[in-house]
Write a protein that binds this ligand. Structure first.
Ligand code: SAJ
Length: 477
């Protein structure tokens, strides 16, 4: 336990002034909740005056949220704390010096999904800006999802180099990963348990003091900084693994002529104390900002920190295998489309394919890392003409997205469901066939949203993920 840091912090007194770096979908709700907590006096939102995001400073200081989409209570609470003078946004990082605690909520994407090297440039810039104005006894917390080892190593080195202070001796350092989902930002921060991990016990204790006041149903789970980084990346790696297990089972069921959804229901029925079968859902692929990268952060952490890893020698980590299986699912959708067109006597080259769903998740406009994109690329490469429909996505770089379902179905040789938007559950076989103008149009269901028998009776060639019981059906003349 660092006596020196403890005495500096004791001399500083309870946390009163907080800085939050990064006014995005993590930083803004966090800052507003800190400002609304009675024990804290003021919160500063730090936002770079960059061409793309600098506008947020004035907007936030007017009590307006720059976040898209519905966020219950956020704008009301923002207006309240701004009016009360408890929250202010600024681009002047010199004001970090007045903060008892500073959190950094800055995105850490992969620069290139191919080589999976994390792009920490924005985070390191934020760390440098904080380090330059860090004062003795301040707590620095990283909320971004980072490769295990980042807080103890890269972040510590940058902060010490910029401030001339020693972490664990003259300032506290911790990791407290965000667990928020769009549409429920405030609720998630208040109600989810909060993982808090310091580089030492004094840092952990100071971080607990920072987060406890904003929790309602959630409780604090304290650990080391690296354990907190592993927890965050692993909680998503586990979800990715569960989805991959469902996808692997679906592929096996296709091979064995079985309906994977019957099997899933059977497995899910096994309940009772101490029995868990958290079987998730197979599908056309896994998109989004979390699951597509966090397994690779975890793997990189094990490689960087782990030295001589002890997998079964020569075997690959199951988290890496799971990632590759989930990334394979759009390819399997290509296979199902090609097989369906073959059965309908239609070559892939020149075929017209209607792709239903561009968002990575149902009933949302969020298209980050959508599995529809790799599918589209392969189909276009093979000479198919693909039209994209999505009722929620308005635009996407390089892609023309239609909101007119009937229009996109006209002349379709194949209709392919990639996203389980509620609109597609009511797709009518007769109407769809009429619009396609085809004797035997193909339907490929990547999310189990249509009734296979209704489409087969209408003369469709049906293919579905995991539908080994229907994928070889006789074609109705
Ligand atoms: N998916 C499947 N099968 C499933 C569940 C999801 O194929 O059974 C696919 C979805 O279609 C989507 C992708 O996986 O393409 C990701 O879906 P998701 O529900 O995991 O949504 P995310 O990516 O927004 O995950 C977030 C994560 N939250 C945080 O990182 C704070 C994750 O930890 C949550 O578990 C998840 O939300 C959630 O449960 O809503």
């Amino acid at each position: 336990m660092s006596g020196r840091l403890q005495s500096i912090i004791s001399g500083r007194g309870p946390i009163k002034t907080i800085g939050v770096v990064g006014m995005g979908y993590v930083g803004i709700p966090a800052a507003v909740l800190f400002a609304n907590a009675p024990g804290f006096e003021s919160v500063l939102g730090f936002q770079r005056a960059s061409p793309s995001s600098g506008y947020k400073v004035a907007m936030l200081n007017r009590g307006e949220s720059p976040l898209k989409g519905e966020e219950p209570d956020l704008e009301d609470l923002l207006g309240k704390v701004v009016a009360a003078g408890k929250f202010r946004c600024t681009s002047d990082f010199e004001e970090v010096a007045a903060c008892d605690a500073v959190t950094l909520a800055i995105q850490t994407p992969f620069a290139d999904p191919k080589d999976l090297i994390p792009d920490f440039s924005a985070l390191t810039e934020g760390l440098r800006a904080v380090g330059r104005h860090l004062s003795e006894g301040t707590l620095v917390v990283i909320e971004s999802t980072v490769t295990p080892g980042t807080t103890e190593c890269m972040a510590r080195v940058i902060l010490e180099a910029e401030s001339g202070l020693v972490a664990g001796e003259e300032f506290a350092l911790a990791h407290a990963p965000e667990r928020v989902m769009v549409g429920r930002l405030l609720r998630n921060i208040r109600e989810h348990d909060r993982i808090v991990g310091g580089i030492d016990e004094v840092s952990t204790a100071r971080a607990v003091e920072l987060y406890r006041p904003v929790l309602t149903a959630g409780k604090i789970i304290a650990m080391t900084a690296t354990a907190a980084e592993v927890t965050k990346t692993a909680e998503n790696a586990f979800r990715d693994l569960q989805i991959a297990a469902a996808n692997q089972l679906a592929l096996h069921c296709e091979a064995m002529g079985v309906n994977v959804y019957d099997v899933r229901a059977g497995i899910d029925s096994l309940k009772g104390e101490g029995i868990t079968r958290a079987i998730l859902w197979p599908g056309a692929g896994v998109g989004g900002h979390c699951l597509t990268k966090d397994s690779w952060h975890l793997e990189r952490g094990a490689q960087v920190l782990g030295g001589d890893l002890w997998y079964p020698h020569g075997a690959e980590s199951i988290f890496g295998v799971a990632r590759k299986l989930n990334e394979f699912m759009p390819e399997h959708m290509v296979y199902l489309t090609v097989e369906g067109l073959r059965r309908a006597g239609k070559p892939l080259a020149g075929a017209t394919v209607t792709l239903l769903g561009w968002a990575f998740i149902q009933n949302s406009d969020d298209a980050r890392n959508t599995p529809s994109e790799p599918y589209l690329a392969v189909m276009k490469e093979a000479g198919a003409e693909v039209r994209v429909h999505d009722p929620f996505v308005d635009q996407y770089p390089g892609i023309e997205v239609s909101h007119d379902l009937d229009e996109t179905l006209v002349g379709a040789d194949a209709v392919v469901v990639f996203t389980a938007h509620h609109h597609y559950a009511s797709l009518d076989p007769a109407r769809t066939k009429e619009l396609s103008g085809r004797e035997h149009p193909v339907i490929v269901d990547g999310r189990n949203v249509v009734d296979p028998d209704a489409f087969i009776r209408a003369g469709f060639v049906y293919k579905g993920i995991g539908r080994g019981d229907r994928n070889g059906h006789p074609i109705r003349e």
